[in-house]
Design a protein around this ligand. Structure first.
Ligand code: ACM
Length: 261
């Protein structure tokens, strides 16, 4: 089985153009699972709650999700993609999980970063996996990586492959993902974006270097810092299901929960 990311530089507020670019790349990507960046359709550097509302979509019937469902059907792929979800008066930094037969579900980011706390509600759906038949997918969004509990919980719940939509601004995640994958014996696809956004005197530079990481901490693919790029790697899911580090150590069962608070 193959998993992939699409790394690019979404243009702020250009939803149609960003979807079009993502779909064009999806059509050329030969993989069963494709991960797109966080807020891939809208851009990231929001400056007001009103603006965030205008960019948000209800799930599952927003135009972005519908376009991705059509692309997943056409290319027979699974897609994980970040967008802003609107539910009544609340906004969430969310990711949709889409199979070739349609919308499977969503994840809402539980660890909001910086000013995201001004626009979004913290995620309230927990860290569950999505069984897509060929593997069990766990979803995280960007800053979730900073909390080891996120990936640990997904691994304990049974996820084999972590789909990580990101707009990374700190330079540490790509290295940290090697440890996160090793300590949980899972694969991860971190789909980051590139470029810089400058809005209302604020600025964000994104670190690119999207990465596919193996359960032995090996980097299976790493993109450039600035490139528009599709990254693909072969995933042997049995490796993620064998949690034995050696004959005497099991990554999850050796935990000494009685000493952790
Ligand atoms: C981030 O969580 N987008 C840094």
């Amino acid at each position: 089985m193959k998993a992939a990311f699409i790394q690019f530089n979404p243009q702020f507020g250009e939803i149609e153009a960003n979807i079009k670019k993502a779909v064009k790349h999806i059509e050329r990507t030969e993989a069963e699972i494709i991960v797109l960046p966080e807020l891939f359709n809208t851009g990231y550097l929001i400056v007001s709650k009103d603006e965030a509302f205008d960019l948000a979509e209800p799930l599952p019937h927003g135009k972005t999700t519908e376009a991705l469902c059509a692309a997943a059907l056409e290319s027979k792929v699974h897609i994980i993609a970040g967008l802003i979800e609107r539910q009544d008066e609340n906004l969430f930094n969310a990711a949709v999980i889409i199979s070739p037969t349609g919308y499977l579900g969503k994840y809402r980011k539980i660890h909001l970063f910086n000013e995201e706390k001004l626009w979004f509600q913290p995620g309230d759906l927990g860290l569950n996996f999505f069984d897509i038949g060929i593997c069990k997918i766990g979803v995280m969004i960007c800053f979730d990586w900073f909390f080891p509990e996120s990936m640990r919980t997904l691994a304990l719940n049974g996820a084999d492959l972590i789909c990580h939509s990101a707009n990374l601004v700190l330079p540490f995640c790509q290295d940290a993902m090697k440890t996160r994958c090793l300590e949980n014996r899972v694969f991860a696809v971190t789909a980051n974006r590139t470029g810089e956004e400058n809005r209302n005197g604020k600025s964000c530079r994104y670190t690119g270097r999207s990465q596919i990481t193996g359960p032995d901490a090996r980097i299976l693919y790493q993109a450039g810092a600035e490139t528009e790029e599709i990254g693909i790697a072969e995933i042997d899911i049995d490796l993620a299901r064998n949690k034995n580090l050696n004959p005497y150590n099991h990554t999850l069962l050796d935990r000494r929960k009685e000493f952790y608070s």
